[in-house]
Design a protein around this ligand. Structure first.
Ligand code: NAD
Ligand code: IMJ
Length: 258
């Protein structure tokens, strides 16, 4: 069943084979999509290129989303090679490690700016580029990744929680702007998954995984593949009347009050 046959998807945020972007890439590819990837810096290029090539990717180019020039040059190359796109996956976040422990009240201006720039504004900047490459007759899909720490306090998530709140609000405003062009915008709120961005020195990460097993209705942790299934669903025609949502892949954790 090739529900995404002939669709062209840009995937931002692949780092390695544990990345959520990898689960999404595999699901989109399995549904028949053609894939383009970015990488951040040369050391990640060595990891990203073989993974991307194994899924037959035709475009693998650098893009640091904190740079307008790199965003322009990346999407310029996509336009050159493909002419247009149908799907944008935004799976990128960054904050200073020092801002992901201790007290949120101690966040510096620069730390706040960095987290919001890379983790929230980058969706706006890349959605704007995607809009130019999407055909308003066919429409398109933009998907970003978020976390429940945007809504409720998760100790240590700190400035990233504030960035995710801005990201989720951006999804709604983008959905309003891009709706007339049949471009649908969503955030997938994933439960904790042990990726580079999660293992990277977060001391009590295992406690968050344990909480899902103990307290979530489904008592099981989620995987990048679970997120990929929903992303593939949202990109196909059957989801054409959905936009602006935050959808949970968290074993139901978010519904619990105690
Ligand atoms: P990951 O480390 O595999 O992916 C994060 C990606 O962001 C990396 O590829 C990294 O290169 C990229 N990145 C960071 N700064 C960048 C920049 N300036 N320019 C371009 N790329 C940059 O980790 P992941 O867990 O797969 O994270 C993907 C997304 O999922 C993030 O938005 C994260 O907040 C979100 N998320 C993760 C979890 C989790 O528990 N792992 C849960 C919910 C949501
Ligand atoms: C991250 C920090 C603290 C608690 C956390 C997380 N919990 C979860 C995450 C409970 C699930 C992972 N997550 C949802 C993220 O969005 C992570 C973003 C992130 C991670 C790092 C680690 C390394 C670094 N900077 C980072 N910036 C953003 O230097």
């Amino acid at each position: 069943m090739s529900t995404l046959a002939g669709k062209k998807a840009v995937i931002l945020g692949l780092a390695n084979d544990r990345s959520i972007a990898w689960g999404i890439a595999q699901a989109l590819r399995a549904a028949g999509a053609e894939l383009a990837f970015n990488y951040l810096g040369e050391s990640l290029e060595r990891r990203v290129r073989p993974l991307a090539e194994s899924l037959g990717a035709s475009i693998i180019e650098p893009c640091d989303v904190s740079s307008d020039e790199q965003i322009a040059s990346f999407f310029g190359k996509v336009k050159e090679k493909w002419g247009g796109i149908d799907i944008l996956i935004h799976s990128v976040a960054f904050a200073n490690k020092t801002d992901l422990s201790g007290r949120f009240v101690d966040t510096t201006r620069d730390g706040f700016r960095l987290a919001l720039d890379v983790s929230a504004f980058s969706l706006v900047a890349t959605a704007r580029e995607a809009e130019k490459l999407m055909d308003p007759a066919k429409g398109g899909t933009v998907i970003t990744l978020t976390y429940y720490g945007s809504e409720k306090v998760m100790p240590g998530y700190n400035v990233m929680g504030v960035a995710k709140a801005a990201l989720e609000a951006s999804v709604r405003y983008l959905a309003h702007d891009l709706g007339p062009k049949k471009i649908r915008v969503h955030a997938i709120s994933a439960g904790p998954i042990k990726t580079l961005a999660a293992a990277g020195g977060i001391s009590n990460f295992r406690d968050f995984l344990g909480q899902i097993e103990q307290r979530a209705p489904l008592h099981e942790n989620v995987s990048p593949e679970d997120v990929g299934s929903l992303a593939a669903y949202l990109c196909q025609d059957g989801a054409r009347h959905m936009t602006g949502n935050v959808l949970y892949v968290d074993s139901g954790f978010n519904i619990m009050g105690a």
